[in-house]
Ligand binder design. Structure first.
Ligand SMILES: *Cc1c(COP(=O)(O)O)cnc(C)c1O
Length: 232
């Protein structure tokens, strides 16, 4: 399937990323565009893959698993990112088929993923989701809980902690969330300085409405749905 509209929208988003990179002297190669296909069909996943978008993100484990099964024939394989709220009982579904799990936010979830990974003989790459603004929302660990959770994840043989993720509050003017992205980068920098492997490089932040600000503040992964695939 070839969709000219989709190809144009992917180009437009990549151009936004490149322009933001240029403003702060970064290379666009440092930023991975993750197309968020949640609620969209397996046919759309094929279209995205055909248009060269290989990093795709999903939020709901069962929905994702069906779509992943329906598109398992694609070559090169899709790199699946799990970005939704995690429950321990979903570890079984995720382990072995995700490129990166963005949303580890508590010990119980980390333990479930680690145990399943060890049993399957794989290492699952994860990010810790941080609720930087500390709002009463359903996911993300608080900045105060981050040091202990990150130590726990780093000590789990089945897990590879690659960095941090945040979902910024939905605001009218993306400039309003710049402090949130900057704070996440500072948290990542502090953790990285304490990590003997120095491996905590990833920063997953920025969506359709605020990706420029996130890239200017150091995002290495932007999660974009609406700007690529239309309103859900
Ligand atoms: C849905 C979703 C996105 C994509 O949001 P858009 O505004 O459609 O780009 C990004 N991140 C997370 C965690 C999401 O749930």
């Amino acid at each position: 399937m070839h969709d000219d509209g989709l190809v144009a929208r992917i180009q437009a988003v990549r151009a936004r990323i490149a322009a933001a990179c240029a403003r702060v002297g970064r290379s666009p190669d440092e930023v991975t565009l993750v197309g968020v296909t949640k609620t969209h069909s397996a046919a759309l996943v094929r279209g995205a893959h055909g248009a060269g978008l290989l990093d795709l993100g999903e939020s709901y484990a069962q929905e994702w698993r069906l779509k992943a099964d329906e598109t398992a024939d694609l070559d090169p394989a899709i790199r699946w990112h799990f970005i939704g709220h995690l429950q321990s009982n979903k570890a079984r579904v995720l382990v072995g088929r995700t490129h990166l799990v963005h949303s580890v936010d508590r010990v119980s979830v980390a333990d479930a993923l680690a145990e399943r990974s060890e049993r399957s003989g794989v290492v699952t790459r994860v990010l810790i989701e941080v609720s930087v603004a500390g709002e009463a929302q359903k996911s993300g660990c608080s900045p105060g809980d981050l040091p202990s959770l990150s130590r726990h994840v780093m000590a789990s043989p089945g897990l590879d902690l690659c960095g941090l993720m945040t979902v910024a509050p939905d605001v009218e003017d993306p400039e309003e969330v710049r402090p949130v992205f900057r704070a996440l980068r500072q948290l990542r920098d502090r953790l990285r300085s304490e990590d003997p492997r120095g491996a905590l490089t990833e920063l997953s932040m920025g969506m359709s409405g605020d990706l420029e600000v996130a890239v200017e503040e150091g995002a290495t992964l932007v999660r974009v749905g609406t700007a690529l695939f239309g309103v859900r």
